[in-house]
Design a protein around this ligand. Structure first.
Ligand SMILES: Cc1ncc(COP(=O)(O)O)c(C=O)c1O
Length: 490
């Protein structure tokens, strides 16, 4: 039995035969090949070799991505199977490419341990997930992003510091409880006024700048091969903009049912928009095809250290800005951010490490979108979410890297969820009282501060009579007037 593992270490491509010397058996057809998806996007010996193998075996590595249902499929003896890992698309999902026309070899009963790595910047070149790394990321992206304002609003601060009417708790989990009476001074970080209208540019610029610094990436033609992602949201526009400013092509895979204004906005930043089906496997398959065709690098929306560190820069600014704005010289007591894939929450948590500032995550509860909160309860990351919450940026499950910061390193103190109506009310309050446009995802932390009695009771207890200075992140403002009209008509 012959098995090859294609891998890479610090930029060097390695083709390993698990049993012997690969060179000696170079012209033989292996029983199976384990390949990390990185190689779909890179050049060099490993990639060429995989292609040659594929050719020999009359299979294209670029075709027949099997959907999720086949994850646990136990392959019957077949001529040759290539195991292809695509971690950044699917968090360690294994796709099996079964080759039908090849020499009659038998599928082995054991599957060798396989490592998977994001196709983005090599992990070995990434900075560690620390506050210092967030500071370094900030120095890198500062010239590319706006220093967004931090604002206060008396009406909202007063509302947050007033006990709710007991009648409004009827029908909620807190019915019959004495409403909490916290003292909160709210400081809003207005990332809705950020470039592209959301914080996502921070991670995207950081990822692009890191890629440009990765040894060999530019030399191997990385800048003309470009970058790719699959997203219909703010990350798509953020990556398109960040890539354009470095004259790098951006390929953005979007479901064909995406809203026309989002497609137009992404194209407006110069991206090549490619359509796919709506399921995650359909989108991943198209992105993989783009990588195979162009050699572009994948830039995932949240599950990568470069993205996390980039998003964390917002937390550093918020801390400094509040310290300057406050007259008593004291900084924030806590920060609350929305949590979708957790890139921003984990980045902000890193930016607060060692400062004494507590960090909280805010999620929608609708249809199980509060996967972070539920994961906190059980101590186990929830890997998939199917929710159509109006907070459309928060429909994703928390990623592996964010989870390692949020939960495993204990850098987030708690996760809280709110209902669709509460998100709608908070969005309306921001529009009417603050005169600011925020998208529903961005109003979720404020909704927690105003309506989640568990959060409010915790602040009352922990903050005491002095209360807390709470940083509240308005993460984005990308919603059309029609979108808002629909939101409030519902
Ligand atoms: C406006 C807005 N807020 C919050 C988020 C969640 O960010 P993350 O996935 O890093 O948790 C997103 C993600 O798309 C978003 O667009």
């Amino acid at each position: 039995m012959l098995c090859f593992v294609i891998s890479r270490s610090k930029g060097d491509v390695r083709v390993d035969d698990v049993e012997g010397d690969v060179e000696e058996r170079r012209n033989q057809v292996p029983s199976y090949v384990i390949m990390r998806s990185t190689y779909l996007g890179t050049e060099g010996e490993g990639y060429e070799y995989v292609l040659k193998l594929a050719e020999t075996c009359l299979v294209s590595t670029r075709t027949s991505y099997l959907p999720d249902e086949y994850r646990d499929f136990n392959p019957p003896p077949t001529p040759l199977t290539i195991l292809l890992l695509t971690m950044p698309f699917a968090q360690s999902r294994t796709y099996r490419h079964t080759v039908l026309a090849s020499p009659p070899l038998t599928f082995p009963s054991t599957i060798y341990p396989i490592y998977s790595t994001p196709t983005m910047a090599e992990l070995s070149t990434c900075l560690p997930l620390t506050r210092d790394s967030v500071i370094e990321a900030h120095n890198i992206i500062k010239p590319h992003v706006h220093l967004t304002p931090v604002m206060t609003n008396k009406t909202l601060t007063q509302l947050a510091s007033t006990p709710r009417d007991p009648a409004s708790l009827v029908g909620t989990p807190w019915e019959g409880r004495t409403p909490a009476n916290p003292t909160l001074r709210l400081w809003f970080k207005c990332e809705n006024l950020q470039r592209i209208g959301a914080f996502k540019v921070r991670g995207a610029f950081h990822a692009i700048e890191r890629l440009k610094r990765e040894p060999g990436w530019i030399e191997n033609g990385g800048k003309s091969k470009g970058v790719v992602t699959h997203s219909s949201g703010n990350h798509a526009q953020a990556l398109a903009l960040a890539a354009r400013e470095s004259a790098i092509p951006a390929h953005i895979v979007m479901p064909s049912v995406s809203l026309p204004n989002k497609i137009a906005a992404t194209r407006g930043y110069g991206a090549n928009v490619i359509f796919s089906g709506s399921t995650s496997s359909e989108r991943e398959a198209v992105a993989a095809q783009v990588i195979a065709d162009t050699g572009a690098r994948l830039v995932p929306p949240y599950d990568h250290p470069d993205i996390i560190l980039g998003q964390g820069t917002m937390g550093l600014e918020l801390q400094d800005q509040v310290r300057e704005l406050k007259t008593d010289g004291k900084g924030l007591d806590a920060i609350i951010t929305p949590c979708g894939g957790g890139g921003m929450l984990s980045g902000v948590a890193l930016s607060c490490e060692g400062t004494g500032i507590r960090v909280f995550g805010a999620e929608p509860s609708f249809d199980g979108a509060d996967d972070g909160r539920r994961g906190f309860e059980t101590g186990k990351r929830i890997e998939s979410v199917k929710s159509l919450t109006i907070a459309d940026g928060l429909r994703t499950p928390v990623g592996e890297y964010p989870w390692s910061v949020i939960y495993e390193r204990n850098l987030v103190s708690g996760m809280y969820a709110v209902t669709e109506d509460e998100i709608r009310s908070a969005t309306r309050l921001v529009l009417e009282r603050f005169k600011l446009v925020v998208e529903p995802s961005a109003a979720v932390p404020l909704a927690v501060a105003l309506f989640n009695e568990d959060f409010r009771a915790m602040v009352e207890k922990e903050g005491g009579p002095d209360g807390w200075d709470l940083g509240v992140v308005f993460s984005g403002g990308n919603v059309s007037v029609d979108g808002l009209a629909k939101l409030f008509a519902a």
